[in-house]
Design a protein. Structure first.
Length: 178
């Protein structure tokens, strides 16, 4: 099975994934009365595991919701010594270089990975380890916050696979690495 690393993320029109206070409530700024998932469930059908950074993991754990994932979640961290007991068998701690981490995950039989979290995505992009970028652009200018993109070691050429408009406001573009 071909191995692929996917990013599926929303950004503001000016490219931020959080506001200046690290909040994401602006994601709900565009009315969505029909509760469109904007392709998320269809995307998830092709994913067999998720890789996220510690900050993203801790943010999700802080939400007042049940654990939202049915697939294994691998948490990148050099500072955590263990996953909290309530997430046992749901989330797994991994560390090392990104190629080493990917090898560990692939050896477990997971080949289509959802890469999530700002720093994690930036690190994977820097090493050329993202195959598909699915970016949903919310029509809001935040002016400051955590950007999706940072400096790269070299440019990365992409092909546009598709572009869709949801709820007459939100544009989702799917790019694939050449």
């Amino acid at each position: 099975m071909a191995k692929r690393n996917f990013v599926y993320i929303a950004t503001s029109l000016d490219g931020f994934i959080t506001d200046k206070n690290g909040r994401i409530d602006w994601l709900q700024s565009t009315p969505n009365p029909a509760h469109s998932d904007m392709g998320y469930n269809e995307f998830n059908k092709q994913i067999d595991a998720m890789v996220m950074g510690r900050n993203t993991f801790e943010t999700i754990c802080g939400f007042d919701i049940d654990w939202p994932y049915t697939i294994p979640v691998f948490v990148l961290s050099n500072s955590l010594s263990e996953i909290p007991v309530e997430y046992d068998k749901k989330a797994f701690l991994v560390n090392g270089s990104l190629p080493e981490i990917l090898n560990q995950i692939h050896e477990k039989g997971y080949n289509h990975l959802y890469i999530d979290g700002g720093t994690t995505i930036q690190s994977f992009l820097k090493e050329g380890l993202i195959d598909d970028l699915i970016i949903t652009t919310i029509p809001i200018l935040l002016g400051d916050g955590i950007p999706l993109f940072s400096k790269l070691n070299q440019s990365m050429a992409l092909d546009l696979v598709s572009s869709k408009v949801y709820i007459n406001q939100v544009v989702q573009s799917h790019y694939r690495k050449k």
